[in-house]
Ligand binder design. Structure first.
Ligand code: ADP
Ligand code: MG
Length: 497
């Protein structure tokens, strides 16, 4: 056969001590092809990529580039072979310009041996312009949004002769607009015949941008499917190894009277004149781009930010909420988007974290109601199938899905009337996502009023009864589920005045 692939990894096997994390994995990428690696946490995706990047050494298997075996035993060798890996963590220097970051460690020099700043900026600007980005090479990285910083990582990766670009969960910190920019970049790379490996949990994205999807489960390749022929439920069942009856759960519930209402709620800087209602048994979405003011609005309802004007009503009566304690006393819960920073105390154990909101019920002076506390932990462990080895396990070591279930348990133990969920499934595996959706649906079925901020439009469309859309600190529209569409939401999300 004369046809050779740009990249062919064959029979890749790797164990850490006795733990076999990759078992005979084959994956290939053609020139100009975008291949997804899909798999739950721990499936072995990053390990496979680190082998390609020369960070880990495989126990068996081979890597060929254009048919030739390459011994990629260091990241320098990976680099020489045109392999560029964009890791999830941003490693830019914030107090330097974009150009300085792009050329870090390989700065062009002038005839005096000094860094040629003008040349560096000229070359960087050319890269930026080629990618049609609205950036200036001399801008400080610190001044950019997280999403834009991620795009600078990508410019940096492709600035030197790249053949294969790997992106490990690139969109987790991008807004919808930035995702579109990223996809534009990927299409340009594809036209330049660069091969791309794209790792993501977000199925919708894979359908939009990839040519082929390789599924890993427990270190084995369980599927290699053309995206055109792929079916979402089938992919999910391959990934989780069992049939999920459905990904989203949306049962019909009785929708009751208005639980929470905001009238002309304003903040000095972050949002203004926000008015909305949310009913018992209803799931109300808040869609918008990252930075639209949704989190700030909800943190104000929750008393974490001061309002500069407007009123909040619960059950039709005005309430004065000046702190999260006031909100909790009034039956409002807020599940933060920043699970690791605000939702959990990572260095404490599961039991401690689950008890946090109800601490005063469990601990009264020196008297600890340990039995009740343990029962509560055990109840939620069973109810939400939380995978822990013991209630004493540290929260920081759990997967995102299990952490989110713990945060939910912590709030639900207090029986809140209104539950505000801020990006409740961000960074969570599909299997666990489906479980979280079912938990959310169950809460609404039991009459709770749910507000769900989400930047994933399919999540809003498939879970909510109604949604509001925000743009630049204003509510720009309200849509009923019968009228839901991504187009309608995007139009309102970008409708600035
Ligand atoms: P994914 O990226 O798909 O979430 P990883 O490749 O990070 O999965 O991990 C696969 C498995 O390998 C996990 O069980 C993980 O705990 C284990 N693993 C990853 N890196 C190491 C390491 N350096 N030492 C020991 N075990 C590791
Ligand atoms: Mg990983």
């Amino acid at each position: 056969m004369s046809e050779t692939k740009l990249l062919q990894m064959s029979n890749i096997t790797k164990a850490f001590a006795s733990n076999v994390v990759l078992n005979g994995v084959d994956i290939s990428v053609d020139e100009g092809e975008v291949v997804a690696i899909l798999g739950e946490n721990g499936a072995g995706k990053s390990t496979l990529i680190k082998i390609l990047g020369g960070i880990y050494k495989a126990d068996a298997g081979e890597i060929r580039i254009h048919g030739e075996i390459r011994n990629i035993n260091s990241s320098a060798v990976a680099g020489e072979n045109g392999i560029r890996i964009i890791h999830q963590e941003i490693v830019l220097v914030p107090d330097r310009t974009i150009a300085a970051n792009v050329f870090l460690g390989r700065e062009p020099k002038n005839k005096f041996g000094l860094v040629d700043v003008a040349e560096m900026e000229r070359q960087t600007q050319k890269l930026i312009d080629d990618l049609h980005l609205n950036l200036r090479a001399d801008q400080m990285v610190r001044s950019l949004t997280m999403g834009m910083q991620q795009l600078v990582e990508i410019i940096k990766a492709i600035s030197a002769d790249a053949k294969i670009v790997v992106m490990d969960e690139p969109t987790s910190s991008l807004s919808q607009g930035e995702v579109e920019i990223l996809f534009g970049i990927i299409r340009l790379l594809r036209e330049k015949n660069i091969g791309i490996i794209y790792i993501s949990h977000r199925l919708e994205e894979l359908f939009e941008i990839t040519d082929r999807i390789v599924v890993l489960r427990d270190g084995k390749m369980v599927g290699d499917i053309r995206t055109k022929e792929a079916d979402r439920d089938h992919l999910i069942s391959l990934m989780v190894g069992r049939e999920l009856s459905s990904f989203y759960t949306k049962n019909k519930h009785d929708i009751g009277k208005v639980a929470l209402e905001a009238r002309n709620l304003s903040h000095t800087k972050l949002f203004s004149n926000a008015s909305f209602t949310a009913r018992y048994g209803e799931i109300v979405g808040f869609a918008g781009l990252v930075g639209a003011g949704r989190t700030e609005l909800m943190k104000t309802v929750f008393g974490a930010y001061p309002k500069s004007g407007g009123e909040i009503f619960l059950d039709g009566r005005p309430v004065d909420i000046r702190s999260p304690q006031d909100a909790i006393r009034n039956g409002i819960a807020y599940v933060s988007e920043d699970r690791r920073g605000e939702g959990l105390i990572l260095k404490n154990d599961v039991k401690f974290n689950m008890g946090l909101v109800c601490l005063s019920d469990f601990v009264n002076g020196i008297h600890v109601r340990d039995k009740e506390w343990n029962n509560m932990v055990e109840d939620y462990r069973k109810k939400f199938s939380i995978k822990i080895t013991s209630p004493r396990q540290l929260a920081g070591n759990l997967s995102g899905g299990n952490q989110q279930k713990i945060v939910l348990s912590k709030w639900l133990a207090k029986n809140p009337k209104v539950i505000i969920l801020d990006e409740p499934t961000r960074g969570i595996d599909v299997g666990a996502k489906a479980e979280i959706y079912s938990i959310i649906d169950g809460l609404a079925a039991r009459g709770a009023c749910i507000i769900m901020i989400s930047s994933e439009l399919p999540e809003i469309i498939n879970m909510c009864n109604r949604c509001y859309v925000m743009c630049e600190g204003k509510i720009t529209g309200e849509i009923n589920e019968t009228e839901f569409s991504q187009e309608a939401m995007m139009a309102l999300a970008t409708k600035s005045e």
